[in-house]
Design a protein around this ligand. Structure first.
Ligand code: ITT
Length: 197
């Protein structure tokens, strides 16, 4: 059976494929279906957007689909950028623009604690979806460090480490990240379901 990873983010796709063993499934991604329209992420929660992405891609392709919606939640900013992490600095902004904006918003804040959170949604071809999540606590530093990864990685030090996600080896990020934790949970909770596809 085919499973479509409902993302057009190449970094995310690479991480999901490195973390999760899809045991015998033929794994495709949104890049393999150029005619499937981009999903508009207009929900107010990570859960809402994850379900929307999984359901729309499953219904459009006729395959099971797995979507990941992730965000950075900063305590001193009441959980922002959260569900708006991709476009924090405005529509069509770059990762660099978002990092500049985050540093500006945090300039006068002492509390630098934050977490990354991932919600995974798995949808059957008819659009029936289920979700689970993973989080990674840490803190936001005051200057960009490292070149690995993507997004806010150069500003985020995960708890228990001294390097940012962008300084740590990809293999370490892929063991401890929000995405890794959600996928580890999926491997347990959805094992029977995924192996029956
Ligand atoms: P898809 O919807 O196509 O999967 P996307 O980039 O829009 O791709 P999200 O909405 O889930 O994906 O991601 C929101 C943003 O959160 C993303 O653009 C990054 O800026 C940030 N982000 C997500 N995961 C991250 C990670 O592991 N490290 C750093 N930043 C991350």
């Amino acid at each position: 059976m085919k499973l479509v990873l409902a993302t057009r983010n190449a970094h995310k796709l690479e991480e999901i494929q490195a973390i999760f063993d899809f045991q015998g499934l033929e794994v495709l991604s949104a890049f393999d279906f150029p005619d499937v329209p981009d999903v508009v992420e207009d929900k107010e929660t990570l859960e809402g957007n994850a379900v929307k992405k999984a359901v729309e891609v499953a219904q459009a392709t006729g395959c099971w689909a797995l979507a990941d919606d992730s965000g950075l939640e900063v305590a001193a900013l009441d959980g922002a950028p959260g569900v708006y992490s991709a476009r924090y600095a405005g529509d069509h902004c770059s990762y660099a623009d978002n990092n500049v904006k985050l540093l500006k918003e945090l300039a006068d804040k002492d509390d630098r604690s934050a977490q990354f959170r991932t919600v995974l949604a798995l949808s059957d071809p008819q659009g029936k979806a289920q979700t689970l999540e993973g989080a990674c606590p840490g803190k936001i530093i005051e200057e960009l460090r490292g070149t690995n990864g993507f997004g806010y990685d150069p500003l985020f030090i995960p708890e228990g480490h001294s390097g940012t996600f962008a300084e740590l080896d990809a293999a370490i990020k892929n063991k401890i990240s929000h995405r890794a934790r959600a996928l580890q949970k999926a491997a347990v909770e959805w094992a029977a379901l995924l192996s029956s596809l």
